[in-house]
Design a protein around this ligand. Structure first.
Ligand SMILES: [Zn+2]
Length: 111
């Protein structure tokens, strides 16, 4: 989801005009009558950069921070999840080497 939609609203998803929430100006996001797939947010970004640069930058920074905190949260749950998995793996490993290595050793000794 683009941060641009924090600042713009559309009455209809197929509406070519997006309304700026800050100055209530309507901005075309595509040629009149063009299909939603041809819509572009670049005019909206341009509008934000030229008209509401401060708000736009804040939103960008917030989005970045949220993205970071999300990845950090994921990273936090990831290691803790993988730690428990690693612990499980350790248990399995501590079991497995005994089960797997012994026959190998036996084979090795036998050979
Ligand atoms: Zn505006």
């Amino acid at each position: 989801m683009s941060i641009i939609w924090q600042f713009f609203t559309v009455e209809d998803q197929s509406d070519t005009v997006a309304k700026c929430k800050l100055c209530l100006k309507g901005l075309r996001r595509g040629k009149f009558g063009c299909l939603p797939k041809d819509f572009s947010t670049s005019p909206l970004h341009k509008h934000m950069k030229s008209m509401h640069a401060v708000e736009y930058r804040k939103a960008e920074e917030t989005a970045l921070c949220e993205a970071k905190s999300r990845t950090e949260e994921k990273a936090d749950t990831g290691p803790s999840g993988s730690v428990s998995k690693a612990e499980e793996a350790d248990r399995y490993n501590s079991d497995d080497p005994g089960r797997k290595l012994q026959p190998e050793k036996v084979l090795g000794y036998q050979r």
